[in-house]
Design a protein around this ligand. Sequence first.
Ligand code: DX5
Ligand code: ZN
Length: 223
Amino acid sequence: VASPLIAPSILSADFAKLGEEIAAVAHPGPTRADWVHVDVMDAHFVPNLTLGLPVVQSLLKSTDVPIDCHLMIDDPDRWAIGYAEAGAYNVTVHVEAAADPVMLAKNLRAAGAKAGLSVKPGTPLEPHLETLKHYDTLLVMSVEPGFGGQSFIADVLEKVRTARRLADTGHLKLIVEIDGGINSDTIEQAAEAGVDCFVAGSAVYGAEDPGRAVAALREQAAR
Ligand code: DX5
Ligand code: ZN
């Protein structure tokens, strides 16, 4: 089994100094983030507003840590491609928002990014398994999207187990990512269910030392 990936979410960072906040988890070694998770919210798909493409373009210039864009927006069919073209490592769209998710995945990959598909806690996986074959990553939401600092919804681990099974038996080739409420109390059950990549906002940027929090979470997930 590959080493678990840790993706700090800058939603819980200080937006006045995003460059420094990313640099705090970018030093080589165990405190380095594998990906930096950027939550794009449009106040339509979710009831909150964060940042968009111009900010992501600047972040991409300021760091060499792969950027993981989580688009919580309406009409990703139109907007997602810009993030891939800008150089994001992985671009995740919501299956609840995408009109043609298969075409969207093809476009993201053609622009050089990994294609990610996300499901809200109440969205079942089964109707989307054929669609998932076109994707590189599956982001299972373990809180309702929109805000950091919410409590982990353990029920979604059933979807993680399903995806893990399909990946392990060769039916899908997927990096399974989980997002929401991941901290030292919840990461082990998520790891056990088969998560590859752990997004953590408040558990990293609410910590005194974000880099040390990254290292501690990775170590815990690898147990
Ligand atoms: C929520 C975002 C998450 C958020 C997670 O809609 O998608 O990425 O930053 O925050 P925590 O880890 O605090 O639950
Ligand atoms: Zn997110």
